[in-house]
Design a protein around this ligand. Structure first.
Ligand code: ADP
Ligand code: MG
Length: 701
């Protein structure tokens, strides 16, 4: 980066030690470069003078030019306001000020022409403007008239210290006055610039701060947004290429063994087209000689487990072991049951390793993994431990991957001398924009189809007053032989209040669903693992009618006979969580229901969430709404590289720019993977700058 942009802000005209300190502390701005990238978030249009007769009541702020009459400071010497009339050739309007009275008293003269900028309001059927900006006409160079004035956000803490958007504008102006094109070299290759008609970097940086027109501002913003996304995509795609070059993949060339036999003889049902498509994508990866890094997205109940199982068989066919890691003990055990049942007819050894597998049993499992006699290992975080040493691990599947940290996932890489293939699965659909940015370095497969015969879950919203009706419905379902989940919020497991709620709910249910006719079980995060296990098992086996629980049952659990999911205080859950919870039902042949219980009063967002849930079962639609409500930063899933989100790009709206930037990045890297051609020099230097971490912040020399 150029020396100029690395200059500390103290050297900027108008910024002394104190201001520099404040800007560093409250705005994270330290260098000229930081300030250059502190972009305005909107502009005030002072480009055109509006005729007073043409003012529309709802026009927003306008620039007027005219002379003043009837300047009238009310309240004598201690005037608290000044009113006046502004005239132009088309008409007149009242203007009022409440501040800066003594200065205005001297400044405003009848008959002089002024530029007045403010927002007209309709008051008593008459238009007037309260506390507008005012300057002498003919001195536009010093003021704002004739321009699109940038508006910068200024933290409240700094407003009281004399900082304002106008001051920020002055600073950026001073900075730009001395900025030379060589300080901001172009980082987008020329042919991409041309293909997308993007403004060149130096002018974009100038114009975003001080544009001559809204159109110029828009073009500058578009260019800089594109840059953010393009550079980010190039960086991520390069990570992928680097990885592929550094680690050759284990080729699973044999394809005619267990996999095929299972396909022909072992499948309990026909695979969906989506499952077949995904298996083909995986197959292509594992024979390629490159290491597979694939994210499998599929809505709850879309049948990811089976895809995982069949992928694991590909490993076994090639004399490699495979493992599957799940986030909870309950889920790991359930996978174990599924696998054992499906693989019983085949000569293959499956083992389970979790925190509760202890003593002799654990020793045997560890030995079997080490000598290779165990083919498939299923388990929890326990798989990560150093004592777990594989003889020959070829594939790692991570279920509900968002429940694991980046490091935990990375640790699995080291479980073989050559990194195993990695398949991460998630049932939390994320919008396409997010998967391109969060998981841009992974290949993504999507199961976008549910197994046939599923009846869509019916979702209703009940207020507290309908509780008895809800109980009546549960009774009907239970008498028909079905089972019911009732979930209470226990967002922070240490919250006593929530736990009390749960207990109270449980006791209330015992009254309405008395023994011995009904049985109720309960699980929550604070119970010992063994008790949890016991209760879950009873529910899975159909011995309990109602399972009262916290969100510990959120992921993965599969009890096809359960047809009702009641969510208490549903307004307290996020959309992703509601969707996951609802996904616990609707897994069998019977019609399933989700009942969202809430208080009578709901916040606006709360209402949107409930309405979304009652109107769709589509996880991707829900994920979109979730992102609109919460913003992309809050959506589940850790960004792989821990990069901050973007300054300009908003993933909620910029899907087209993102797609274009990704396409361009792919195209550039396809023709020049190492960015060695002269045309790519700017881009390469820019990436090096980013990599060295000294871009805009960090080491100031
Ligand atoms: P998830 O994708 O949420 O992990 P699961 O793998 O648990 O979903 O599958 C949900 C249910 O669907 C399971 O009971 C499973 O046996 C069943 N299933 C999976 N694939 C199919 C299919 N192709 N046809 C019918 N049922 C299927
Ligand atoms: Mg699953």
């Amino acid at each position: 980066m150029s020396r100029y942009l690395r200059t500390p802000l103290t050297y900027l005209k108008g910024v002394g030690e104190n201001r520099a300190k404040d800007m560093a502390a409250h705005m994270q701005l330290q260098t000229f470069g930081d300030l250059l990238e502190y972009f305005p978030y909107r502009y005030e249009d002072k480009t055109t003078v509006v005729r007073i007769a043409d003012i529309q009541p709802d026009s927003g702020a306008v620039l007027l030019r005219g002379t003043l009459t009837h300047i009238n400071p009310a309240g004598g010497v201690r005037a608290t306001r000044i009113t006046a009339r502004l005239h132009d050739s088309s008409g007149s309007i009242e203007v009022i000020w409440f501040n800066g009275i003594s200065w205005l008293k001297k400044f405003l003269k009848e008959g002089t022409t002024y530029n007045v900028y403010g927002r007209p309001n309709l008051f008593n059927k008459k238009l007037s403007i309260s506390h507008p900006e005012v300057e002498l006409a003919g001195q536009e160079d010093q003021g704002g008239a004739g321009k699109l004035e940038p508006v910068y956000s200024v933290p409240d803490k700094l407003k009281s210290k004399g900082f304002s958007s106008k001051l920020m504008g002055k600073m950026t102006k001073a900075l730009l006055d001395q900025l030379h094109p060589t300080d901001t070299p172009e980082c987008i290759p020329t042919r991409v610039l041309e293909a997308f008609r993007l403004t060149e970097r130096y002018s974009a940086l100038n114009r975003i701060h001080h544009p001559a027109s809204q159109q110029e501002a828009d073009q500058a913003i578009r260019r800089l947004k594109f840059e953010e996304l393009f550079v980010d995509q190039v960086r991520m795609l390069r990570t992928r290429t680097d990885r592929q070059q550094k680690f050759s993949g284990i080729p699973f060339t044999r394809i005619d063994g267990l996999f095929v036999r299972f396909y022909e003889e072992g499948l309990p049902f026909e695979l969906t087209d989506a499952q077949k498509k995904v298996l083909r994508e995986i197959r292509k990866d594992v024979v390629s000689g490159h290491q597979m890094n694939r994210l499998l997205q599929g809505d709850v109940g879309s049948g990811k487990t089976l895809v995982a199982l069949m992928t694991m068989l590909m490993a076994v066919d090639n004399d490699y072991q495979a493992c599957l890691m799940a986030p909870t003990e309950i889920l790991a055990r359930q996978h174990m049951e599924t696998f054992t049942a499906l693989l019983a007819p085949f000569d293959i050894k499956v083992a389970l390793l979790t925190g509760t597998v202890k003593g002799k049993e654990r020793k045997e499992v560890l030995a079997g993994i080490a000598d290779g006699s165990i083919h498939l290992l299923l388990g929890t975080h326990a798989l990560i431990e150093d004592t777990v040493v594989f003889g020959n691990l070829g594939l790692v599947v991570i279920d509900e991957q968002h429940r694991f940290g980046v490091e935990q996932r990375a640790r699995m890489w080291t479980k073989n001398h050559q990194p195993p293939h990695i398949l991460v699965m998630t049932a939390t659909p994320i919008p396409r924009t997010l998967s391109m940015t969060y998981y841009g370095d992974l290949d993504v497969s999507v199961i976008d189809e549910l197994p046939p015969g599923r009846k869509p879950i019916k979702t209703v919203h009940y207020a507290e007053s309908m509780r008895l009706r809800m109980f009546g419905f549960l009774r009907e379902q239970i008498l028909e032989g079905r089972q019911v989940y009732i979930v209470y919020p226990l967002i922070d497991e240490s919250e006593k209040l929530d736990l009390n709620n749960l207990m109270e709910g449980y006791r209330g249910l015992e009254r309405d669903f008395p023994r011995p006719q009904f049985t109720i079980g309960m699980v929550h995060g604070r119970m010992p693992a063994d008790d949890k296990e016991f209760e879950m098992k009873r529910f899975v086996e159909g011995k309990t009618n109602i399972l009262v629980s916290t969100t510990v049952i959120e992921v993965g659990v599969n009890v096809p006979n359960a047809t009702v999911m009641v969510i208490e205080n549903a307004e307290r859950f996020g959309l992703a969580q509601l969707h996951q919870l609802r996904g616990r039902v609707g897994r069998g042949a019977h019609q399933s229901f989700c009942i969202l219980m809430t208080g009578e009063k709901l916040s606006k967002d709360g209402r949107t969430r409930i309405k979304t849930m009652t109107s769709t079962n589509d996880g991707f639609v829900i994920a979109e709404v979730d992102m609109q409500l919460r913003g992309p930063g809050e959506i589940e899933g850790t960004r792989q590289s821990g990069q901050p989100l973007f300054k300009l790009a908003d993933l909620r709206h910029d899907v087209n720019v993102l797609q274009a930037a990704r396409d361009a990045a792919i195209e550039v890297l396809d023709t020049d993977p190492l960015l060695e051609q002269p045309g790519q020099a700017g881009l390469r230097r820019h990436l090096d700058d980013l990599q060295s971490g000294e871009k805009w912040w960090g080491k100031v020399s």
